[in-house]
Write a protein that binds this ligand. Structure first.
Ligand code: SRM
Length: 573
């Protein structure tokens, strides 16, 4: 069908359908300081990215690996959290990074420590399988600490979809798990995770390759997908998971407290390349309604449609969104229905009104409490005078709450007995963290990708610049008497869209060191993309650029109008 030559990654996958490459050989070679370029592409399917510290690049390239875990719906059992916390200190850079897709990343892992890390994660009933690569990534879902039945059903469905889409024919088990031994100091933590009663949520891929090394994954086939694939779940009216930015989204339709089924949306994705108009962000299109029992089949049908029709010649045109635009949404629906053997019903009414996390203490249905904690740019760490990571470890260790990672890069701790609330607060206070002090609404919803120094794509700072950028916006808002206003600000170091800047009320997208495209007018509930307002703006000039815009917002806004809606109406029509 496609006459253009296959992309390099396609040839690579075809040559190594077990995804083994020469990873094991490089691991065994203690002299080799890094993986080959080909292996570093295959490593992604194992949940790892080869990186180097770009702050040090001018002096010497120092290679390390970023490891990404899988946490369906951001669910992290307490005992598993304690293992991750220890791994970050023992083998990573001492921090845990919560991602915009509710996973954890360990940065700075040395090649020689990788087997230890991956084996330990698996021993603690976690996995890193397929958290990157041309395959289904972490499935996002609204954290459901309140304990509602609908929340639990959605989480169960997210796990079912996850399990159904885990690849089988990989070398994962052989390379990282077989014969690996646990570090003695981690043994008791891992035993805690194993005994904590958590049933293993992820199947361990054990399908060994045949003697000729050509085992083919039954779902993905020999060359997997043409590109990454992302699935999310949402429960209206909250759109925490930014459902329309996923390749495939399931919007729960809740009736009488239970999930009747899902509105399916497809073809979302944000990745773009500067200067290439053929690449663009896109929100998912409505496909139709399905009863709950069809959720896994629909996910499989979308995956195989992407597998069979995605562009395998041009990786910049390979996401599902381009299939929907090139062939049309009606074509996609018809193709899905052909594969499913039934028709979609018309989508049911569903309205999103907001996203983000409500910080502080909340009551669960069962009378216990959960605590939502703000984590700036998702970086769990200790800083002078504020030992957040240590406090978290102590609280999780003492009170065993369920840990939830949110798509806004925050942490929720649930199932805490009401009587324990003061004791939990005391632990945080002892480490310089007052959980009752609120950041401003704008800081509370801001997101940033890691960018420098770890990301190879970063053109400009993001995570490290965010606190100051928000500080400047806070100052402007306070000067104008708008301090209580919430503006959804999202920043990235390049055009790939990792902190979902195109779905923000105010997006900053790095173009060069110190320079950003300023985008305005996205909807705060994730239902409208923003538009370019200023190209290559110097970050130093941001306050000067924003002051008159915010002043106009103050005087010209309609009653209760949010900044994003005002900008879409007045500034970037
Ligand atoms: Fe992303 C690539 C970080 C969510 C679109 N993303 C990368 C890499 C792995 C760079 C690389 O390939 O070497 C970044 C690693 C940097 C580092 O040091 O950590 C990276 N992406 C992230 C995270 C950690 C950002 C964060 O602040 O949390 C998120 C990890 C999510 C996870 O747990 O799986 C992350 N990335 C996203 C999202 C948002 C989402 O999924 O909700 C997007 C936009 C949605 C989408 O996929 O369209 C996103 N990342 C990309 C792209 C552009 C893909 C495209 O279609 O063009 C790339 C580049 C690529 O794949 O070639 C990319």
């Amino acid at each position: 069908m496609d006459e253009k030559p296959l992309s390099k990654n396609e040839l690579l996958k075809a040559a190594s359908p077990t995804l083994a490459g020469t990873i094991a050989e490089t691991l065994a070679d203690t002299e080799a300081e890094k993986f080959s370029e080909d292996d570093s592409q295959l490593l992604k399917f194992h949940g790892m990215y080869q990186q180097d510290d770009r702050d040090k690049r001018r002096v010497k390239r120092e290679y390390s690996v970023m490891v990404r875990t899988r946490q369906t719906g951001g669910t992290v059992p307490a005992a598993q959290y304690l293992v991750y916390d220890a791994l970050a200190d023992r083998f990573g850079n001492g921090t845990l990074r919560i991602t915009t897709r509710q996973t954890f990343q360990f940065h700075g892992v040395l090649k020689g420590d990788l087997r230890n890390v991956i084996h330990t994660i698996n021993a603690a009933l976690g996995t890193t399988i397929a958290t990157a690569g041309d395959i289904n990534r972490n499935v996002t879902a609204p954290p459901a600490p309140a304990g509602t039945q609908a929340g639990k059903q959605v989480r169960d469905d997210a796990f079912d979809v996850t399990r159904a889409l885990i690849p089988t024919a990989t070398a994962y088990h052989q390379i990282w798990i077989d014969g690996a031994k646990l570090e003695p100091e981690l043994t008791s933590l891992v035993a805690g995770a194993q005994q904590s009663g958590v049933t293993t949520p992820y199947p361990i891929p054990t399908a060994a390759p045949g003697a000729d090394g050509t085992a083919v994954d039954p779902l993905y086939g020999k060359t997997y997908l043409p590109r990454k694939f992302k699935i999310g779940f949402a429960i209206p009216p909250r759109n925490e998971t930014d459902i329309y930015t996923n390749d495939l989204g399931f919007i729960a339709i809740v009736e009488n407290g239970v999930v009747a089924g899902y509105n399916v949306v497809a073809g979302g994705g944000l990745g773009t390349t500067h200067g290439m108009a053929a690449t663009y962000p896109r929100l998912a299109s409505p496909i139709g309604f399905i009863p709950r029992e069809h959720v896994v089949e629909v996910a499989r049908a979308a995956i195989t449609t992407h597998r069979d029709f995605g562009d395998r010649a041009n990786r910049r045109h390979a996401r599902l969104k381009y299939i929907l635009d090139d062939r049309g949404v009606p074509w996609f629906i018809a193709e899905m229905e052909k594969r499913l053997g039934f028709q979609f019903a018309p989508s049911r009414p569903a309205v999103f009104t907001g996203q983000g996390d409500d910080y502080g203490w909340h009551k669960q249905c069962d009378g216990r409490q959960f605590l939502a904690l703000f984590v700036e740019a998702g970086r769990v760490r200790d800083t002078p005078g504020r030992a957040f990571k240590t406090a978290l470890r102590e609280v999780v260790s003492k009170f065993s709450p369920q840990v939830w990672l949110t798509p806004s890069q925050n942490i929720l701790l649930s199932d805490i007995a009401s009587e324990a609330r003061q004791d939990v607060e005391a632990v945080f206070i002892a480490h310089g963290v007052d959980v009752n002090v609120r950041v401003t609404p704008t800081r509370g919803v801001a997101l940033a990708c890691p960018a420098l120094p770890t990301c190879g794509f970063a053109l400009a700072e993001s995570e490290r610049a965010l606190p100051q950028v928000i500080g400047e916006i806070e100052t402007l808002l306070a000067e104008l008497g708008l301090g209580s206003e919430e503006i959804l600000v999202r920043m990235t170091g390049c055009s790939n869209g990792c902190a979902r800047p195109y779905a923000a009320e105010l997006g900053l997208v790095g173009t060069a060191p110190g320079k950003y495209n300023l985008l305005l007018g996205g909807g705060h509930a994730g239902t409208r993309l923003n538009k370019l307002y200023r190209e290559n703006l110097k970050l130093d000039d941001l306050a000067t650029e924003l002051r008159p815009l915010l002043a106009r917002f103050k005087t010209e806004r309609e009653n209760g109008e949010r900044f994003g809606d005002f900008a879409a109406r007045v500034l970037v029509q």
